[in-house]
Design a protein around this ligand. Sequence first.
Ligand code: GLU
Ligand code: ZN
Length: 294
Amino acid sequence: MPMATPAAVPSYRGRFAPSPSGPLHAGSLVAALGSYLDARAHHGTWLVRIEDIDPPREIAGAADTILQQLESHGLYWDEPVTWQSQNSPRYLERLQQLQAAGLTYFCTCTRAEIKARGNHYDGFCRNLQHGPHGAAIRLLNLQPIQQFHDRWHGNVQLAPELANEDFVLRRRDQLWAYQLAVVADDYASGITDIVRGEDLLHASGWQLTLWQIFSQLDQGGSLPRLAHLPLILGEDGRKLSKQNHATPIIAANAAENLHMASKALGLKLPHPSEYDSLQAYLQIAVHAWQGKYA
Ligand code: GLU
Ligand code: ZN
């Protein structure tokens, strides 16, 4: 499995960025553990950011549950937890920066209209000069990144119609789009390494593209490195997801849960119950990760 790491990053900063659409399940633990181990293996900093910008999808109390689940599995973060719901000024500033650079436009297409024209948004509204009323704001995607290196998958080549899409920055319902929020925050937090589930591999081209635009506008920052970890499938063969109400992981099964997650990450370790503490086990896991992937 290719997970070679280029030369040591001086100030590795990684993060786990759950959406509070439900408690963590076996699949989200794999992502949490993988990003935690990678940060520790690089003597880096590991952050937690709650991605609570989509109220219709949120479950009351889920964010607190997620933080408790991380702690009960021994996954402690290094800086205060951040909340996307508090970062609107940052997103607005980024949006205005893109608007000033002429890199956005208003789009009034409905989901059904887009679907009727094909699988991907075709830039229909690019030159229609819509006003803001009832419109989404899209990126005028002039420099799409179609190809990148992923530490888990190696070279990733995206379908051009996907990579080239003028993706949404602010939704028609005026909520911030995930792509804008995640890149604005990762960039502002100085994230060097994004380690997360494979379900976001397809979005990485867009996110690198946006990151590249921000660094051009700011004359700063290099692109983050990426690693997309395997997903856990449920008995029905579908990926476990919070929205499908996958079984939450509970503290009483922390040892077993970590054992399963380590196995999913390709680590062959004794069962955590053979160690004095979860911390002792996690230290061994960091060493194993270092030997295999870092
Ligand atoms: N909030 C996203 C999720 O829970 C993950 C974002 C990310 O890691 O980039 O699926
Ligand atoms: Zn449109």
